[in-house]
Every structure is written in C-alpha cells, then in structure tokens.
Design a protein around this ligand. Structure first.
Ligand SMILES: NC(=O)c1ccc[n+]([C@@H]2O[C@H](COP(=O)([O-])OP(=O)(O)OC[C@H]3O[C@@H](n4cnc5c(N)ncnc54)[C@H](O)[C@@H]3O)[C@@H](O)[C@H]2O)c1
Ligand SMILES: O=C(O)C1=N[C@H](C(=O)O)CCC1
Length: 269
C-alpha cells in the first residue's frame, strides 16, 4: 500500500463530501489531488465558500477522464447521487482508479454490472451503504438475531433531503437478515392495506419503513418480535463525522483489493 494514497473526491460541496475533504486533507497517508463537481469547474477548491481552510489549491474538474489524466488519483471517493455515482464508478474502473462509493440508491443490476466490470478490470471497488462502524455492528447483530427471530421489521429514519428510499443501509440490513432468517410472510394472512403503503416496502417478506424529517441525520432500528418479547437494535448517526473512520479504512483497504466488495462488514476484522 502506498503511504501517500492520491485521492479524488466527487461531491465535495455536499454534506458528506465536505466531511470527506476534511478527513482526507487531515490524513497523513492520503493526499487530496482533485475534486469533481459541476460547479466552479477550473477553479481551486480553496476559493469555494467553506474551504478557505485548505492549505493548497485543489483543482475542480467536471470531466472525469481529464481529471484522472491530469491528477493521476489512486482512489475516487464518490458521495454524490445514485445516477452520477454509478456513472463515476464505471468511469473510474475504466481508468484504473479504485472507487470507494458511499453513494446509495444503486439498483441490483447496477451492482451486478459493477461487480463484473471490477472483475474484468482486476481492480478493487468498495461500495459501502453505511461507513459508520456502529451501523455495521447494528447490521451484524441483526443478522445474528435473525437466526432466533423470524418476525422482523426495519424502521429507517433520515433527514428530508435524502433522495433514495429505502436507505442503502436498510436494504443491506434486510439482505443480511435474509441470509439467516427462515422465510416467512409476516402479519395476519388476511391483512389488507386500506391506505396504500401502510405496511411499508417488502424485501423477501421483511418490511422496511422509511421516515424522512428535518432534524434527523441517519438512524435505524431493527425490531424483532416473538411470543412475549421484543428485541430492538438501534443505531444513530448524530453527526456525519461518524462515517469518516469507515471512509478512511475503505480508502486504505481498496488499494489491496481486485474485486468489488459490497458492505464495510466484509473488510472489518
Ligand atoms: N455510505 C454512507 O455511510 C453514507 C452516509 C451518508 C450519506 N450517504 C450517501 O452519500 C450520498 C451523498 O449524501 P449527502 O448527504 O452528502 O448528499 P448532498 O446532496 O449533500 O451531496 C451530494 C453532492 O453531490 C453533488 N453532485 C451531484 N451531481 C454531481 C455531479 N454530476 N458531479 C459532481 N458532483 C455532483 C451535489 O452538488 C452535492 O454537493 C447519498 O447517496 C447518500 O445516501 C452515504
Ligand atoms: O444521509 C444519507 O443519505 C445516508 N444514507 C445512507 C443510506 O442510504 O443508508 C447511510 C446513512 C446516511
């Protein structure tokens, strides 16, 4: 692993992007070489509002091919939107740049396509729906509990600027639970929704409910019920700094991978 990993960040002005710019510029083993944005192209990031603290100029690009060619990054951190993040990840792979993707909302066929492309190109990619270590533990504990409780519902709660629903974390949690759960149609066999959507989204019988409110950041509870008992496993991110140690681990780890890894739990000890 190079001790100075050259990083490009897509979405630097976003809520997560701003934290990631701080994390990378403060990290001794990483160097921020450029950023990707559709605004302020050709300017330097330290001239953009909120980035005056940067000690040196960081070029802003919109065209990924030109950015990769001129600044030779090792790793792309993508924190944008589902459509853009997917396009960026593909372009990075085609340019031998290793993507660390926090962007959520990719479809399963997009994930399959990126998995195949990473294998073809023999390049590492990490797609992590949640970089917070506590959230990963919540998912793992839920997977453990699913062996003993077959009735489970997920309630995820996020800020009201979030584009995708359900959250990437809720989908990943349900997929992990599914691996340990005896398949079951929950609720009353004759239950009917008198208001569409009342019972939430359904992933193989696991119900997912999405709450969007100002004041929230990222929260999830997984409820398991059986005769006479309820188990609640809950995680709260109250600050986006909670995601940054996970981003840092992914940037270091992706340098040694040559396939796509989906989920931070797959690279933690
Ligand atoms: N994996 C995790 O732990 C984690 C945590 C928080 C958020 N997220 C995900 O990260 C993504 C970003 O979240 P956010 O809250 O920072 O969103 P945000 O809306 O604050 O930021 C997104 C940024 O992407 C930029 N963008 C959009 N299109 C672009 C393009 N074509 N080129 C360059 N930049 C572009 C926007 O200008 C914006 O600044 C979302 O998908 C969210 O679900 C993941
Ligand atoms: O703020 C968001 O958007 C978040 N998205 C991720 C998800 O979809 O699971 C993780 C938590 C924050």
């Amino acid at each position: 692993m190079p001790n100075n990993i050259k990083v490009v960040i897509a979405g630097p002005r976003g809520r997560m992007g701003r934290e990631a710019v701080k994390m990378v510029t403060d990290h001794d083993g990483m160097q921020l070489v450029s950023v990707i944005d559709y605004k302020n192209v050709g300017q330097s990031l330290d001239q953009v509002e909120g980035f005056g603290y940067l000690p040196e100029s960081i070029s802003i690009y919109n065209d990924l091919d030109i950015c990769f060619n001129e600044t030779s990054p090792d790793v792309l951190i993508d924190l944008t939107t589902p459509e853009t993040g997917y396009r960026h990840t593909k372009t990075a792979l085609l340019n031998n740049v290793r993507p660390v993707v926090g962007t959520t909302g990719f479809t399963s066929s997009q994930l399959d396509e990126l998995t195949n492309l990473a294998e073809e190109r023999n390049i590492g990619v990490i797609i992590a729906p949640n970089f917070a270590i506590g959230a990963v533990l919540m998912m793992k504990f839920s997977q453990m509990a699913a062996k003993y409780f077959e009735d489970v519902e997920i309630i995820e709660m996020h800020h009201d600027q979030k584009l995708d629903a359900p959250s990437g974390t809720a989908i990943k949690t349900a997929q992990m639970i599914r691996e340990n759960r005896t398949s079951k149609k929950q609720g009353h066999p004759a239950e009917e929704e008198t208001l569409e959507g009342a019972r939430g989204a359904d992933l193989d019988g696991i119900k997912i409910h999405s709450v969007r409110l100002p004041g929230l950041i990222a929260h999830q509870q997984v409820l398991f019920g059986s005769g006479g008992q309820l188990l609640t496993i809950r995680h709260d991110s109250n600050d986006r700094a909670s995601f940054m140690s996970g981003v840092s681990i992914c940037v270091e780890t992706v340098m040694n991978l040559n396939t796509l890894v989906y989920g931070l739990e797959n690279i933690l000890d």
